[in-house]
Design a protein around this ligand. Structure first.
Ligand code: BES
Ligand code: MN
Ligand code: ZN
Length: 499
């Protein structure tokens, strides 16, 4: 637990810590808001704005050393101008911790303020603590840990009492731990995580949590006719699996919710092999599965009163003498036949079986899949939003609304009838790609929609946001590597559906 408490303090300048973080908005009267503090640091805070070199843009950071003050260093974070949102506060918490880590700070005090533009202090508290907790993560296998400096303890200090701060911080801690698990699974390279070790690691992590876990191995997959998962998995020495986690927080008679995640532990492309440069990041092609599992973990830790089933089809997409081949025809779990026009469009094949199985078995009230499905979504949206596709307007609107709230941006794409022309096959019910470089993200989603029946379903293409890439997502609460994109969003979605 990083953020342990919320203290009401009369004098900010008396706070004892290795560093104190403050949030300052553009054009703010520093003397008025931080008068006492400014005096203690010899007016260095107000001179930041008077000298004009520091802009107070959102997330910008400056450090003021104050060796004789009880907080030793002041970490000044800009809040930008105009309407502050929960995202402004999340960025603040993240920037404060990121800078504190650079400075080797062990005990960090974070000044808490809640702008008028955010409706409750609880939302503010949650956002600051969330940003701080998410920023305190890093993944490394260096033999010395000195590079991965972490803040050991953070606490919030504010001027007004906040009823129930303990509960807010407890929730934040569980959510951050779920993100930690999602990131750990996604960041691990293929030398550590394959379909077998993914399951082992998950079992280890879920010890003591009230979930039922089932792993369908090759024999069962064959019996069930999950030939999409089996075909993609053929090229690897490690057999494919379907991991199913059931968390029954609402009990019998209440609706199920389903989250499915793409678990391609390494995507070399199969026989339609990728060029080396595109293969380089394909350990992350299991991010969807990692984050779906993280959602189950978070729901169980929080004790949410919902019934949740998480399905993660796990494979490696590798070229070998055993690999599935271009123009193979696969009969899928739901009976549809698929012409494999390209073995690198593998995610949709494994998801299709998992989606069809979940739709039939759970008859869920809503089903969402997370997948690093297409490079095309990066062409369309860059690294600043994930693509959203759905067969249900209400579900789509709900997810869009939540994404504004959690800062995990989503952007909607259409699934018009015309797109389905592109996946018509001469020899099978459907083929797994359309025309090269033509709406590939929509085509991928259209393919998936053929396997969900009448279930309310949304597909989130996180290929551009599952890990930090060239352009982003750049946030101080996203350390390099896996982001756990949409884990917070889906936990919120479930929390709103508690019985
Ligand atoms: N895993 C990739 C998609 C991907 C690309 C994710 C870049 C993250 C970053 C997926 O399996 C894939 O290879 N998609 C192909 C599909 C194509 C063959 C129709 C793509 O998007 O190029
Ligand atoms: Mn691929
Ligand atoms: Zn892939």
């Amino acid at each position: 637990m990083l953020v342990t408490r919320y203290d009401v303090v009369e004098r900010l300048e008396g706070v004892e810590a290795d560093a104190l973080a403050v949030l300052v908005f553009k054009g703010e009267d520093i003397k008025e808001v931080f008068g006492g503090l400014d005096a203690v640091v010899g007016n260095a805070l107000s001179s930041l704005s008077e000298l004009g070199s520091f802009t107070f843009d959102e997330g910008k950071v400056e450090v003021i050393y104050a060796p004789s003050a009880p907080f030793k260093r002041l970490i000044v974070v800009g809040g930008g101008e105009g309407k502050a949102t929960t995202e402004t506060l999340r960025v603040y918490g993240g920037a404060a911790v990121t800078k504190a880590r650079e400075l080797g700070v062990k005990r960090l005090a974070i000044h808490f303020r809640c702008p008028d533009s955010v409706d409750t202090p609880h939302k503010c508290l949650e956002a600051v603590a969330e940003g701080a907790s998410l920023a305190n993560y890093s993944w490394s296998r260096k033999s010395s840990s000195s590079d991965a400096k972490r803040v050991e303890e953070a606490f919030l200090v504010g001027s007004e009492p906040i009823e129930g701060w303990e509960d807010v911080l407890r929730v934040v801690d569980a959510v951050a731990d779920a993100c930690r698990l999602g990131r750990d699974l996604a960041n691990a390279p293929a030398s550590e995580i394959n379909p077998a070790t993914f399951v082992e690691r998950v079992k280890e992590e879920f010890k003591g949590l009230p979930v039922k876990m089932e792993v369908l191995e090759e024999d069962e997959l064959r019996k069930l006719g999950m030939n999409g998962i089996l075909a993609v998995g053929k090229g690897s020495e490690v057999r494919p699996r379907l991991l199913i986690i059931e968390y029954k927080g609402a009990g019998d008679g209440n609706p199920w919710y389903v989250v499915v995640g793409k678990g391609v532990c390494f995507d070399a492309g199969g026989l339609d092999i990728k060029p080396a440069s595109s293969m380089l990041e394909m350990k992350y092609d299991k991010s969807g599965a990692a984050y779906a599992v993280a959602v189950a973990y978070g729901a169980a830790k929080l004790g949410l009163k919902v019934n949740l089933a998480v399905l993660a089809p796990l494979v490696e997409n590798l070229p070998s003498g055993k690999s599935y081949k271009p123009l193979d025809v696969i009969k899928m779990y739901n009976g549809l036949t698929v012409e494999v026009a390209n073995t690198d469009a593998e995610g949709r094949l494994i998801l299709a079986d998992a989606l069809a199985y979940a739709a039939e078995k759970y008859r869920p009230a809503a089903m969402v899949d997370l997948a690093t499905l297409t490079g095309g979504v990066i062409v369309a949206l860059g690294n600043h939003a994930a693509g959203l596709f759905s067969n249900d307007e209400e579900l789509k609107e709900e997810l869009l609304r939540l994404s504004e709230d959690t800062g995990e941006r989503l952007w909607p794409f259409p699934l018009w009838r015309e797109y389905y022309e592109d996946i018509k096959s001469d020899v099978a019910d459907v083929k797994n790609i359309g025309y090269p470089r033509v709406a590939s993200s929509i085509i991928g989603a259209a393919f998936l929609s053929k396997f969900v029946g009448d279930v309310k379903w949304a597909h989130i293409d996180i290929a551009g946001t599952a890990w930090t890439q060239q352009e982003g997502p750049k946030k101080p609460y996203y350390p390099k590597g896996a982001t756990a994109y949409c884990v917070r969003l889906l936990l919120k979605f479930l929390a709103e559906r508690e019985e």
